[in-house]
Design a protein around this ligand. Structure first.
Ligand code: 9MR
Length: 535
């Protein structure tokens, strides 16, 4: 398909590609000897407000498989780019392996982690109950799971949500990483590597369920650790809070997993479903147990005073798995909200996940509900496509908040849901535009996935990457991306007068623009996997 690109002044970020308006472009091989395409750049576009650049845009007609550069006579050659059948395969594998590198409580041996091999940290076999958990004292064991982000903590809300997004890919396209493809410890066990990796997180989530069915909110130290390796961060860890949102997110992810893991391990699937039901019942009895950090805890809050989206997601997954009327009745009372926008993420994307799941099961879901959801999904997807067509750098957002790259990927995941309804090619093209933005077509001239592309983040806010003594960061992790609020401006030197899309700093202290996080890698994984599958 055609490739859209932008020629713009990115000299502020050390990429002096643009010096003056140009008129023609050529697509050449790497040496510049052979020209494959030539074309006209658009008139100058004023993208200063959002992207900080004057730009010219152009479209390249479909190219055969190969490696190319764009040549603009006034300025020279671009970075190389590749056209291939499986152009996103390595990035897809890389981002799932990025999750492997986030494993808590396990050593990463050289055979699986190469130079990023490290000792185990955080066994979490002796975790203390914080009074906010409802238990006054005592300890428990809650090992495993992935570190949430650049910090070493484990949060149920932001564990269950990415698991849901990752499992959605498996449901939509089949197994994207069969046994032997990921080089993880379970490779060779005869089961999907993809499901093996996700199970590492599910197993931990199961340990966070209290005897009454409710989910503890998080497992963390009282304060964030310093920039050390996992093994060096040894402060006491606590089970903190018990919340409705964590419980419902878990109920949803576990009910969904009980479908997906049925063939993988039927006993495990049964256990997941029982846990999901138990969680659901707790949440019915405790619909408004909202989490706030206790005064002596300052780690990630994932606080959310509205559980409607989580409830709809849980009801949708339980209904899709069991077909029981109770869950459908609940969905009628609290229908999924279908939404997209900056910040519709770990706290409210669940309404979309509910809709995607209900649309995935037309046999179970009465037409009265599926018809309405289909219309909502397609209408919103069409508006996302028109934003992409008209916005700077052909991406869907005009407000850049914390984790904005995940907003772009969440929009693309939304487009996939619409594509599954009517197979319109324009959705796939728009998904590619979103992917291109994240992989380098942006005013910071950076591929936001570590370890990929010609220029990628070197100083992510990620404790292991900062402390491992290796120059390059752990690969396959998606930087959060531009964040116009710059909440870390005391610690970070942003470009002076940076506009929203430029508010990103490749600096270790930048927790508000250059951290990595599970719920950012997850939709990236979904979109890369989906694009590889639809071709
Ligand atoms: O993604 C979260 C963002 O929406 C919040 O505004 C921000 C501040 O509370 O926290 C982000 O999540 C962080 C979490 O709290 C702790 N681990 C790292 C997460 C990504 O920065």
């Amino acid at each position: 398909q055609p490739i859209r690109f932008t020629y713009a002044d990115t000299s502020a970020v050390g990429n002096p590609l643009y010096t003056k308006p140009a008129s023609l472009f050529y697509v050449t091989d790497l040496s510049g000897d052979t020209t494959y395409r030539e074309g006209q750049l658009s008139d100058t576009l004023d993208w200063r407000q959002l992207a900080g650049v004057m730009a010219q845009s152009a479209e390249i007609d479909p190219l055969p498989v190969g490696e190319y550069r764009i040549f603009i006579p006034e300025v020279g050659y671009s970075f190389p780019f590749r056209v291939a059948e499986d152009v996103l395969r390595e990035a897809f594998i890389g981002s799932v392996r990025g999750l492997y590198y986030q494993r808590a409580g396990q050593a990463l041996p050289e055979s699986h982690a190469g130079e990023y091999a490290r000792e185990a940290g955080h066994p979490d076999t002796s975790v203390q109950f914080h009074p906010s958990s409802g238990r006054e004292s005592g300890k428990t064991s809650s090992p495993g799971g992935w570190y949430d982000a650049g910090d070493f903590n484990k949060y149920v809300v932001n564990g269950a949500f990415p698991v849901g997004q990752l499992l959605a890919l498996y449901e939509d396209i089949g197994d994207p990483a069969p046994d032997g493809t990921l080089n993880i410890p379970e490779s060779g066990n005869g089961k999907s590597d993809y499901l093996d990796e996700i199970k590492y997180e599910l197993d931990w989530l199961l340990t966070m369920q209290d005897d009454d069915g409710g989910l503890f909110h998080k497992l963390t130290t009282l304060k964030f650790a310093g920039m050390v390796m996992p093994r060096g961060a040894t402060k006491q860890r606590f089970i903190v809070g018990k919340s409705t949102t964590a419980t419902l997110d878990f109920a949803a992810a576990a009910a969904q997993a009980s479908r997906v893991y049925r063939e993988y391990d039927a006993n495990y699937a049964d256990r997941l479903l029982a846990a999901a039901r138990h969680a659901w019942n707790w949440a019915q009895a405790n619909p408004a147990a909202f989490f706030k950090n206790p005064t002596n805890v300052s780690t990630g809050e994932y606080g959310d005073g509205n559980a409607d989206d989580e409830r709809a997601w849980a009801a949708a997954e339980l209904f899709a798995t069991t077909g029981e009327q109770e869950f459908y009745n609940d969905l009628q009372e609290n229908p999924p909200r279908v939404r997209f926008g900056p910040g519709i993420g770990w706290n409210s994307y669940m309404g979309n996940l509910a809709a995607f799941t209900l649309l995935r099961h037309p046999d179970r879901v009465p037409q009265e509900m599926s018809g309405r959801l289909r219309e909502l999904v397609v209408t919103l997807a069409d508006s996302i496509v028109s934003s992409i067509d008209s916005n700077a750098y052909h991406q869907p957002i005009t407000g850049f908040g914390w984790g904005s790259n995940s907003d772009v990927m969440n929009a693309a995941m939304f487009l996939a849901a619409a594509h599954r309804q009517n197979r319109k090619k324009e959705y796939v093209a728009a998904m590619r535009d979103c992917m291109n933005y994240v992989l380098g077509h942006n005013p910071n001239a950076v591929c936001y996935l570590t370890g990929f592309g010609s220029r990628s983040p070197q100083f992510i806010h990620h404790r292991a990457s900062a402390a491992d003594g290796i120059d390059a960061p752990v690969p396959g992790l998606l930087s959060g991306g531009p964040n116009e609020r710059q909440q870390d401006s005391a610690e970070t030197r942003y470009k002076p007068n940076a506009v929203p899309m430029q508010s990103w700093a490749d600096q270790t202290p930048s927790y508000a623009s250059n951290e990595i996080c599970l719920n950012w890698n997850a939709p990236f994984t979904y979109v890369a996997g989906y694009l590889e599958a639809v071709k």
